[in-house]
Every structure is written in structure tokens, then in C-alpha cells.
Design a protein around this ligand. Structure first.
Ligand code: SF4
Ligand code: SF4
Length: 438
């Protein structure tokens, strides 16, 4: 069986956030295969711990994947500060063609466009994908899963950092489908009586609305903050208020553009122009919104650059949505990508970013915990990936074993198989499948 087929049967999707089915990437042809271990979200240490504890598996997954696409060059991008993880990777990569490329501690070193340019010196075309320039990229967790798939082991667990205001910050593997509240208890519970939880990052993650929601294949971490924290207040701001404040307070200083990592990489992203679409120029929203099309949503403009605490990232997201709804979201701007001469000087060090966000006091080690978690119940959403929801292949009351497929994709549809993450009985099937331990 080909690696792509093994990966498809194992239900692997990009663990770095988007959830793109991985087997599709393995059917391509490329020159470079890159592992993204340049974790850059503040407080998140999941990739560092994975590289430290599973370096041989990650390097093996990378070599298998590179072979599948015919790539002769392979590299793993990692931050120089993660010295013990680098030592583990170097030992595992000895006598292999895998290069370990070290980055400084800045945000967003892990953005795919940044990572590809930093390692290969090639720019992904505007609105393109790495494959357009002969490159495939996977997160290090995905490469670990590719190694597992090569041994017939499907995706049943996700790796998480649970940190912030919890008694015992930690990084560990947990069954997919456990609830956020159970996992916070697993980390000793919240130290704040009134708290909020961010899913997978403080800049590119989301505020969790319901603590009963399950973690999925793409959840990378849970960060607990006091409900009164400024970041939580900003994420709770209604869209109407963001627009109203932006319309009245944006003075077009353009700091948001001058510090935008995509702009500095040479792409025509100009959030200060997108802010004009909020209405203070009365006309031209579709024109101004075009400056949002290549935004990666990193959040630096909103959470770091803007001196008025406005919401240029959110204006970009809304601008893109409006263009899509109007069927007008195709990139028609320049394809001449030339990094800005000040790119290196304007990089945002992680320490400075954490200081600005007021989270330095929560920067705990969050080390690896090896023991197995056995929850009484898991809820597995049928859609944990880009594409269509998977279709259940089990019935109510049926007994299932951990690792058994419980939902599959119809032939020809984009998506990923879902496997039971614990052994037990099926007790509910709707937009998710619930399994309760016997
Ligand atoms: S940094 Fe803030 S005030 Fe300045 S242009 Fe951007 S959104 Fe407007
Ligand atoms: S979120 Fe802001 S800083 Fe980040 S890429 Fe988009 S416009 Fe640039």
C-alpha cells in the first residue's frame, strides 16, 4: 500500500491548524519537504516537547513523506532557543539528508510563507501554495502521525499544551473528543475563579465559547486566562463595535502595515488601507479590501502594532469575507515579490510581544507528561478537517474498539476518516459520534 493510502486510512489532517487532509499532499511531486517546528505562538510548547520526545519518529515521518513526493531536499525549521529539542533532532537526523534550520525567537516564524522563504529562499506566489514552487510543508505533529500511519496506527489522540492560569501547566497526548473542562481539570484546574480559555494560541487561536466542547485533531493547546484579562476583552468585542471604533479612531498612521510580516515579506498586504473600508472614506470598500487578500490572520497588527488598540486584522478578515461573498476574491495584484529591506529589523521578538500582551507571568515550562488518559466519554465531531463531514459507519449501541474507523468519507470527497479514540459503546450520533466507556 502507498504511503498516501496508509495516511488516508489513518485519517491524518494537518495538525498545525487548518486540518487539510494530508494524503492529498503526498500524491504531489516536489523538490523540498519541510517540517514546521517553528512554534511561535506565545506560551505554546507542544511542538518543542514533541521534537524533544519523538525526534526519531518525526525524522522518520519526514523521510517517508519526502520519498513519497520525490523530494531530494528536506529540512526542519526550529527555533534556536529550543536547544534540547535541536540536540534530539540532530541525533535522529545523523546520517540522513535532513537539515536542521534554526530561527530566531520572533513571531510569526511558523507562518508557512515565512518558513518556506527562510529555508528555501523562494517566495510562494501571492494566494498560492508551497507546491507552486516545489515545496511541501507539514507540521512536526503531522510527520509524527505519518510515522505512526506507516506502522498501521491511526489518529486517535492529539498533542496539547495546557497552560496559563492552571495549577500544573503541561504538554501531553490526550484522546480526541475529551472536553475542554475535563482537560483543564487534568492540569490541576484553573487558578482563577472566573476564567476564559483560548484554543490553540493567543494570536491565531479562538476564544472558546463552551467549555464542554471537545478537542479535535487540530487542537494544539488550551490557554487559561482570567476573564478580566485585556486579551479576553478584546476577543469578546462585538464586530459592530470593532467597526465603529475603527471608523472613528483610525488616524491612518500605517504602523499596522509597517509591522505586518506578510508586507515585510514582499506581499501587498496593507491593513491601514483595509481600515478605510470601514466607511470613513464613504466609498471604495471593495478596492480597499483587496489589500487584505494576502493576510494570514497572524494578529500582529491588532494585538501589537496599532497604537489605538483597533482591529485591523478583523477588518482584513471581514474584507476577505465580503470579497468572497461578492465572488471577487481572486488575487489580481502584483506577482513581483521582493522582501522589504527592513524585514529583519522590524521582526517582533516573542519576549516583546508577550510583554505587550501582558502574559509574561504565564510563561510556564509546560513540560511533557507521559501517562495515558482514559476518559469515560468522548465526543468526536464528524468534521475535524477541511472538506465535507465524514459519514458514520457505526450504529447506536454498537461496541467499538480504540482505533476502529467510525466515520468515513464517501469516494471522491475531500475529508478524513474518524477513528474511535477510546473503546466503548456508541451512545449518540448526530454532527458528532459519542462513545462511552463500558
Ligand atoms: S495602526 Fe491602527 S490607527 Fe494606525 S493605521 Fe493601522 S489601524 Fe489605523
Ligand atoms: S493579521 Fe495583520 S499583521 Fe498579520 S498578516 Fe494580516 S494584516 Fe498583516
Amino acid at each position: 500500500m502507498s504511503l498516501a493510502e496508509q495516511v488516508k486510512q489513518s485519517g491524518i489532517v494537518g495538525a498545525g491548524g487548518a486540518g487539510f487532509p494530508t494524503h492529498i499532499k503526498l500524491n504531489a511531486k516536489a523538490e523540498w519537504y519541510l517540517a514546521n517546528g517553528a512554534e511561535c505562538e506565545p506560551l505554546m510548547h507542544k511542538d518543542r516537547e514533541l521534537m524533544l520526545h519523538f525526534a526519531p519518529e518525526i525524522i522518520h515521518g519526514l523521510k517517508l513523506a519526502a520519498e513519497a513526493v520525490g523530494a531530494t531536499k528536506m529540512a526542519i525549521g526550529v527555533k534556536a532557543k529550543n536547544k534540547t529539542a535541536i540536540a534530539a533532532l540532530e541525533a535522529a537526523a545523523k546520517d540522513t539528508p535532513v537539515q536542521i534550520v534554526q530561527f530566531g525567537d520572533y513571531y510569526p516564524a511558523g507562518d508557512e510563507y515565512e518558513l518556506v522563504y527562510s529555508i528555501t529562499n523562494r517566495s510562494i506566489p501571492p494566494a498560492g501554495i508551497p507546491l507552486d514552487i516545489g515545496v511541501v510543508v507539514n507540521n512536526v505533529e503531522t510527520l509524527y502521525q505519518i510515522h505512526q500511519a506507516s506502522n498501521g496506527v491511526p489518529v486517535t489522540d492529539t498533542f496539547l499544551t495546557i497552560t496559563g492560569m492552571v495549577r500544573q501547566p503541561m504538554t501531553r497526548r490526550v484522546p480526541i473528543g475529551m472536553s475542554v473542562s475535563e482537560l483543564i481539570e487534568l492540569a490541576g484546574g484553573s487558578l482563577a475563579a472566573d476564567f476564559a480559555v483560548m484554543d490553540s494560541g493567543l494570536l491565531m487561536g479562538k476564544l472558546i465559547a463552551d467549555l464542554n466542547q471537545p478537542v479535535t485533531k487540530t487542537t494544539g493547546g488550551l490557554i487559561v486566562l482570567p476573564a478580566s484579562h485585556e486579551l479576553i476583552k478584546r476577543y469578546s468585542t462585538p464586530e459592530k463595535s470593532m467597526s465603529r471604533i475603527g471608523k472613528s479612531a483610525c488616524d491612518q498612521c500605517s504602523f499596522c502595515t509597517e509591522l505586518c510580516p506578510r508586507y515585510l515579506l514582499g506581499y501587498d498586504v496593507q491593513p491601514h488601507k483595509v481600515m478605510r473600508s470601514l466607511g470613513f472614506s464613504l466609498t471604495g470598500a471593495p478596492l480597499w479590501n483587496r489589500y487584505a487578500l494576502l493576510c494570514c490572520g497572524c494578529g500582529l497588527c491588532t494585538l501589537y502594532a496599532c497604537p489605538e488598540s483597533l482591529f485591523p486584522r478583523e477588518a482584513c478578515e471581514k474584507g476577505i469575507e465580503d470579497l468572497r461573498n461578492a465572488g471577487n476574491a481572486k488575487w489580481e495584484g502584483s506577482h513581483n515579490i521582493k522582501p522589504h529591506p527592513m524585514r529583519n529589523a522590524r521582526r517582533v521578538p516573542l519576549k516583546r510581544l508577550m510583554n505587550k500582551l501582558g502574559i509574561t507571568q504565564y510563561d510556564a515550562h509546560a513540560g511533557w507528561i507521559e501517562d495515558e488518559v482514559l476518559p469515560g466519554r468522548v465526543v468526536l465531531p464528524l468534521q475535524q478537517h477541511i472538506g465535507k463531514p465524514a459519514e458514520p459507519v457505526v450504529k447506536m449501541g454498537e461496541a467499538v474498539q480504540k482505533g476502529q474507523p467510525i466515520a468515513r468519507m464517501p469516494d471522491g470527497q475531500l475529508g478524513a476518516t474518524i477513528h474511535a479514540s477510546i473503546s466503548g459503546k456508541i451512545t449518540q450520533i448526530d454532527s458528532a459520534i459519542t462513545i462511552e466507556k463500558d
